[in-house]
Design a protein around this ligand. Structure first.
Ligand code: ADP
Ligand code: ZN
Ligand code: ZN
Length: 761
């Protein structure tokens, strides 16, 4: 046997580091190592890590390297296309490749033992309790155990056993997992155990992670397009002949989704794959139901509320010979492998949740999706009633094709929007807490008619603040520079930045005063107020706190859809894309909270959010009515929302953006510096700002303290870069990375962290 030169392999490890790691390949493994397979390597003193092989070569490194230990895959689990995309993301968003790897792969593929089919624990009523009388006896037994009774009752509500009279059926109407019940009822482990010990509830295991069977595809099950829709559809196809990206601006309820369905069908007929991106997991519930009717089991769903096992299965299926033809998902679905992608649809393209905030990579799924489409020679359709400034600009300048649809399906009128002057109402002491007399009146009328109501408040929790009425003291988080939100249900103060919880102080630590009061309205308090005003109307709340468990979205949305609940209260989750037939009235409780945000996009966000939530009203039948409550009726934006005059809004917005050098005319990069020591981060930021200014001049602004200048015990500073069109971005990135390296090598700034937010939104 002839001696072979040692071969080496460069590996991505899931670490926040910019470099690849080189290892040698022991002889017996030479055949097995390929680009895209996972390998196990020794790292540090004793640790083993799973990494991804990306490049095999025989260039001997200058330092001593170790052998890889094992190869986990026989075929690549990451395609060459994906690797190219990861590199693009790492480069463009200035994020270490290890973090891109971390974000892209489901956890099950990053762990050594891989994934096993997972089971989940469900709870149900034991057979002997499945009868109305038996249930009454059970209640009697729990009379003294209030926490258990509450949890038991929550179970009955969730499973809909409570709607059954007489003998119960064999199975609960809705299956409930143990986790979901614990989440919904805030039960402690002890309470749960007591209920199980007493045999009030029993558990059973069910394997999850079997991919959903969506049924037989019925491609002819598409709705017939209206004349206006057909014209838009034809126009989109026509634009695709010339442009790779087309923006469909269609008013809310114009039937954009139906047009997408027709386009997907057409792509499948060409044997191409489709990626359909949504900004919000809540939305996947309804859209899935609509798509499944047509595409059956050719449709796969992918988002972060899916179990890891399921995500691993979908990933592997997409690598197989029979991948899903249509993938419906939230942001992270752009990172899946695709083999024959033909069309990407980005619904509600203006939504900022397409941008990942924390942790890195801080990528914008819209930009990545357009890159992905480009990579595959596929087309991209952006859809929105209120396009982002960026996309609108691209459409106006002819970079993207533009198709407009200005009528609602069936010619239903856009909702009427009435403005309430909250300041005036408060002065005249006419407000019912957060509800104006007009809103109350309108709600009553709609409910009497058997119609439904959506109330929108962009704050979760009970009260955004607690305040000492004697001295004005406000409890703040110890780790972050923010006031704490009061959650009445849990009787806790929580920090929405670091998640820390605190008990509510009995006395003010500042003045010993005992009059501590919640201040302001969160969704939880609104819910309480509404239940007081409408004691007999079933109410549901949809916000981050009520949707922690896997099935919560589905239940809340299906209950509201079926009319089991009549009033839906929620945060921005209720503002996007949902389609309900019987919502007559939408209340926007506090428009000002969206406007008083220190961000150059605040107005754009407020306008789109208000227009979107208004768009939930009156989608079928009679004209919808929106009650918009504000303390500042004079602001021009209110008038623009009321008249649905987005053209006026955009031309003003664009003029301002152009004048003040903001996107879409200039690019922004935020540089963040983080350290546990406030003085140190301050000096570091000033120094780094100075260095950057030497190279990039007046494009560099700051440093400044961001609105929240301390998070999780780290003090933060922000430097802003405003970059004119045509600037050499490569050079800008090099300057930044060089400055970063110089700062990191400076001993005074040890453990300083520097990271970037490119194209912040
Ligand atoms: P958008 O996505 O523009 O907000 P949707 O696609 O959700 O609008 O359409 C609004 C409602 O009208 C939905 O309930 C949808 O099923 C219905 N609809 C739209 N177009 C058609 C059509 N061509 N045939 C039947 N129903 C339609
Ligand atoms: Zn006080
Ligand atoms: Zn905190």
């Amino acid at each position: 046997m002839t001696e072979r030169p040692t071969t080496y392999v460069d590996i991505i490890l899931p670490l926040p580091l910019n470099s690849l790691f080189t290892y040698s390949i022991p002889e017996p493994l030479t055949e097995a190592v390929k680009s895209g397979v996972r390998v196990i390597v020794p790292f540090g003193k004793q640790k083993m890590m799973v990494g991804l092989a990306v490049r095999i070569h025989d260039k001997e490194p200058e330092f001593k390297v170790k052998d890889i230990t094992r190869v986990l895959d026989t075929t690549p689990i990451v395609t060459e296309d994906q690797l190219r995309m990861w590199n693009w993301i790492a480069d463009y968003y200035m994020s270490p490749i290890g973090e891109v790897f971390n974000a892209a792969l489901p956890a099950g593929l990053k762990a050594e033992d891989g994934f096993r089919p997972k089971t989940e624990t469900y709870v149900t009523l034991p057979e002997n309790l499945r009868h109305e009388q038996a249930l009454h006896i059970a209640f009697g037994m729990l009379k003294r155990a209030l926490a258990q009774l509450k949890t038991f009752n929550t179970y009955l509500t969730l499973s809909h056993w409570d709607t059954i009279v007489g003998d119960c059926t064999d199975e609960p109407v809705v299956e409930v997992t143990k986790d979901e019940l614990i989440n919904e009822s805030h039960a402690t482990a002890g309470v749960m155990k007591q209920l199980l010990d007493k045999k009030m509830l029993v558990t059973y295991e069910k394997e999850v992670g079997r991919l959903n069977c969506g049924g037989v595809p019925q491609l002819d099950n598409v709705k017939r397009l209206s004349a206006a829709q057909q014209e838009a559809y034809n126009n989109i196809l026509f634009q695709f002949l010339k442009k790779n990206v087309v923006l469909l601006r269609g008013v809310t309820s114009s039937g954009k989704t139906e047009i997408y369905i027709h386009l997907i069908k057409q792509a499948l007929e060409r044997h191409e794959q489709v990626l359909y991106l949504l900004p919000e997991i809540a939305l996947t519930v309804q859209i899935r139901q609509r798509l499944q009717k047509v595409f059956g089991d050719r449709l796969g769903i992918y988002h972060s509320k899916y179990s890891d096992a399921e995500r691993v299965e979908i990933w592997k299926k997409q690598l197989s010979d029979s991948p899903y033809d249509v993938i419906l998902g939230a942001r992270s679905a752009v990172l899946l492998p695709f083999s024959k992608l033909g069309l990407v649809i980005i619904d509600e393209e203006h939504e900022t949740s397409f941008k990942q905030q924390d942790p890195a990579p801080r990528y914008h799924a819209r930009s990545v999706a357009i890159m992905l489409a480009h990579q595959h020679g596929a087309k991209t359709l952006l859809g929105s009633a209120t396009p982002s400034a960026e996309s609108w600009h691209n459409a106006e300048t002819g970079k993207y094709g533009l198709v407009e649809l200005d009528v609602r399906y069936k010619g239903i009128e856009m909702p009427e929007i009435k403005v309430v002057d909250v300041k005036d109402m408060q002065r005249r002491k006419m407000m019912y807490g957060p509800i104006s007399p007009l809103l109350l009146e309108t709600m009553k009328k709609a409910l009497d008619n058997g119609e439904q109501v959506i109330l929108f408040q962009n704050r979760r929790g009970f009260a955004p603040m607690v305040e000492c009425r004697t001295c004005g003291w406000v409890p703040k988080c110890e780790n972050c520079d923010v006031s704490l939100t009061f959650h009445k249900n849990m009787n806790m103060l929580t920090c929405h930045y670091c998640g820390f919880t605190y008990s509510v102080p009995k006395k003010c630590p500042n003045c010993e005063g005992e009059d501590l009061r919640p201040y302001g309205y969160g969704t939880e308090k609104i819910e309480e107020k509404i239940m007081e005003l409408f004691p007999n109307v079933p109410v549901a709340r949809m916000d981050l706190d009520t949707t922690r468990s896997r099935n919560a979205y589905e239940r809340i949305i299906n209950d509201f859809s079926a009319g089991r609940t009549k009033i839906l209260i929620g945060t921005q989750m209720v503002s996007k894309g949902l389609d309900f037939d019987h919502v007559r009235v939408v209340g926007i409780l506090n428009a000002d909270s969206m406007l008083n945000v220190p961000d150059f996009r605040a107005y754009e966000h407020a306008f789109t959010m208000m227009s979107q939530v208004a768009g939930r009203a009156g989608r079928k039948g009679d004209r919808g009515l929106v009650i918009l409550q504000t303390k500042d009726v004079e602001q021009p934006i209110i008038e623009q929302v009321v008249t649905n005059n987005w053209r006026a809004f955009y031309s003003q917005l664009m003029a301002e953006r152009r004048l003040f050098h903001y996107p879409p005319f200039y690019r922004l990069i935020y540089v963040y510096l983080k350290h546990k020591d406030d003085d140190r981060v301050n000096t570091a930021a000033i120094e780094m700002g100075g260095r950057l200014r030497q190279w990039l001049g007046a494009r560099v602004l700051g440093p400044d303290k961001p609105a929240v200048s301390k998070v999780r015990t780290f003090f933060i500073r922000k430097i802003m870069l405003k970059l004119e069109p045509g600037i050499d971005m490569k050079r800008v990135r090099q300057c930044l990375l060089l400055a970063q390296r110089q700062m990191e090598q400076d001993k005074r700034y040890s453990s300083l962290q520097i990271y970037y937010d490119v194209d912040p939104s």
